[in-house]
Each structure stands twice: as C-alpha cells, then as structure tokens.
Ligand binder design. Structure first.
Ligand code: ADP
Ligand code: MG
Length: 377
C-alpha cells in the first residue's frame, strides 16, 4: 500500500510527501456502556488508512482517494463542505483544527486504506485520525495533544457527517498501541493500557453483512430505560449501581427496565474481570466473559438478531474461545477470540453454513492489535 500511495503521489504532485497512517479498531468488551458512564475496552488493529501529504504553499487542499479514484479540491476558508462523503471527513478535520485555533495550510495528499468500509471497524475514524495526526505534525509542531486529536475526529463526524458518535472510535484509532488494549472510563475519560498479545489465540471478526433497520429507535429506548433506573436509584448513571441495589427496586420498575439495567451493571463488571484476566494471561476467562456479554446483549438488552445469534452459537460449536456481537447490535460483526489451531476449521464452517442459511457469505477479517496514529516516513 505504501509504495502504491507514494507512486500515485509522485505522478500527481511535484513535492516530497511525508507518510502517515492511522488504524481501524475493535472493542473487545464493554458494549452499550459508554452512555452509562461505564468502561469500553478498544484497541487499534493492523488495518489502516495511509496518506502521503505535503504542504503546497497555497490556501487549497487537493486530495486524491485511490480507493474511490476521485480527486477533490477545497479552499481552507470555504464554508461549504465537499459533496463526496470521504472528502467531508478531511474537510471537517481541517475546519475543526482551525476552529480550535490550530494551524492548517494548503496541502496535497493521496490516500488509501484496507479497513472494510461500514463493517464496524471504524474506517471513518481511521481516516479522520490519520489526517488529524498528520496536520498536527505538519503545521502545529505536534502541540495539539492526542486526546484532542480524537475529539477533532469526533467533532468532524458530528458537524460534517451527521453521525452523532461517542469518542471511543477516534480515541482507539489515535491512542492505540501494538499488543495493548485501552480501558477507557467513559465517566472520567481516564484510560489505562492492558497487555493483549496472546500467543496461541487470534482475533477474527465475522461480518454478517446484515443491518436490521427498526421502526422505532431501539437505541433511544435502551438509553431511556437506563436513565429511568439510574434516577430511581438516585444516581447520575448506572456506573455506581450494583445488582443488589437493582434487585431492591425490582418491584417498582418494569421488567424491561430491570433487564436493561441488569445487563449494563453486569457488563461493567465483565470489563473489569477481563482486565484482570489479561494481567494473568487467562484468555479462556476472557472468552467466557465475551460469551456472557453476547447472552446479555441478546437476552437482557435485546439488541441481537437471528444472524448474530447463529454466528455465536456456531462459534461455540466450533470450540471458539469467546464470541459476541461487536457494536450496537441488530447486525454487523461478531468478534471472536479463537485458538490458532481451530481457526481454519471455524472459518470454513462459518463461511459455508452462514451462506447456506442466509444466502450470502459473511466477511472474515483476522485482526492483530497494532499501533494507532503514526508517522511512517
Ligand atoms: P465505518 O464503520 O467503517 O466507520 P462509516 O460509514 O462511518 O463506516 O465510514 C465509511 C466512510 O469512510 C466511507 O463511506 C468513506 O467516505 C470513508 N472511507 C473509509 N475508508 C475509506 C477509503 N479507504 N477511501 C476513501 N474513503 C474511505
Ligand atoms: Mg464510522
């Protein structure tokens, strides 16, 4: 990819570029916890957006996307975002840096990526983070701190792409480190790195390639349930709630609210249990907690679907160590922790049996926990 990008840059521009990259991400465990003041546990992966960039001494930005085979040009003082969706991410990053008093001058860029788009691995966060990191290095002497770079990416999604996302994706893309997952406390924004470098285990994402659009907003309904229970407990969020506290108010709340809150409280405990297990190198325990998260998401939080339940059930039958929905639910990927010697067998079976049942092959993406945003040359 590096050579292709540099070659393409040379054919279009005369200057010598610097090369930057940022990564997609997984979240090992900690789902629907962010808006409840809990923990998420993401890491950057070995799939990236890579960009060759050089200042061009003008007020204009000229970017060529290799994968979309399209060049877009915009002025740094223009108010209107480009129409191409991919260019809006770059435009947004420039505008958000300028808005914060940072410097951005004209530049030429060529970029490409190998993160599957829209599969739940956050290719958009990688794109934002790659350019935010690069523009910080090229025009700001790296004076914008890394957390702020993540916020610039998040604000880009909010203000230029109509996606009201949390901070996790950009955070993991910017801060990710090889062989480490990062536990982010969504209440305080404190974070801590934990080792994730298994020897006989691998991570494989299985993409169901389905997305069930539901009439009402299940996300808002789940959120409302959590807020009602927290309020009933006299808490700001469910972060400080415990199962005994929840049981004590069970007669006063609906069964639905009870099970939603039960999942959130247990999920917070599971993240902490997984962190302990990683310190002990106990990947079997990590896997158990992943399956428990899936059951909770499916039965208590009710955000699974037939295809995802099928994928985790099949994973269990194939001896996969841990498997669960990754992301909000109702479609998308499962994340699977698997012993290396079972990998081929699982991939073959899941590909074949999923296709037989649902008419199309799932996407199979092996991932390794790797570095996030960085300068390459
Ligand atoms: P994801 O879950 O992968 O972040 P999104 O829909 O949020 O899915 O972001 C995908 C968008 O990001 C694409 O539509 C495109 O605009 C942009 N994008 C991602 N990867 C690339 C790439 N390699 N080249 C050009 N644009 C990309
Ligand atoms: Mg995205």
């Amino acid at each position: 990819m590096k050579d292709r990008i540099l070659k393409e840059f040379k054919s279009r521009f005369v200057t010598e570029p610097q090369l930057y990259a940022s990564a997609g991400r997984i979240n090992l465990i900690g789902e629907h916890t962010d808006y409840n003041g809990g923990f998420v546990f993401p890491g950057a992966i070995d799939k990236v957006i890579m960009a060759a960039i050089a200042p061009n001494e003008t007020e204009k930005v000229k970017v060529y996307s290799i994968d979309m085979d399209e060049e877009v040009e915009f002025g740094l003082n223009e108010e209107d975002a480009p129409t191409s969706s991919w260019a809006r991410y770059i435009f947004g990053v420039c505008r958000e840096i300028l808005k914060r008093g940072g410097a951005v001058k004209g530049f030429d860029a060529v970029f490409a990526g190998n993160i599957p788009l829209g599969a739940g691995l956050s290719s958009s966060a990688a794109l934002e983070s790659c350019f935010a990191f690069a523009l910080n290095d090229l025009f700001n002497d790296n004076t914008i701190d890394k957390f702020e770079l993540a916020k610039i990416g998040q604000a880009t999604e909010h203000n230029y792409c109509g996606v009201n996302c949390g901070i996790m994706d950009q955070f993991a893309s910017v801060m990710g480190q090889k062989g480490k997952l990062i536990r982010l406390d969504c209440r305080t924004m404190e974070f801590e790195y934990f080792p994730f470098a298994p020897i006989d285990y691998e991570l494989i994402l299985v993409d169901s390639k389905v997305k069930h659009e539901l009439a009402d907003s299940p996300y808002n309904k789940r959120r409302a349930s959590c807020e009602r229970v927290a309020k009933r407990l006299g808490l700001e969020t469910l972060r400080d709630a415990t199962i005994p506290m929840l049981k004590a108010i069970r007669p006063d709340i609906t069964a639905e609210d009870y099970f939603r809150a039960k999942f959130v409280i247990e999920e917070k405990e599971r993240v902490l249990a997984v962190c302990d297990a990683l310190y002990n190198g106990d990947y079997e325990k990590v896997g158990e907690e992943m399956y428990a998260t899936h059951s909770g998401l499916s039965e208590d939080y009710e955000v699974s679907c037939e295809e995802l339940d099928f994928l985790t059930q099949l994973a269990r039958e194939c001896g996969v160590t841990g498997s669960r929905i990754m992301g909000g639910g109702f479609g998308g990927c499962t994340i699977n922790l698997i012993k290396t010697d079972k990998k081929d067998f699982f991939i073959e079976r899941v590909t074949q049996e999923f296709k037989e049942k649902y008419g199309h092959e799932p996407g199979i993406y092996p991932v390794v926990i790797s570095d996030g945003a960085r300068k390459i040359i």
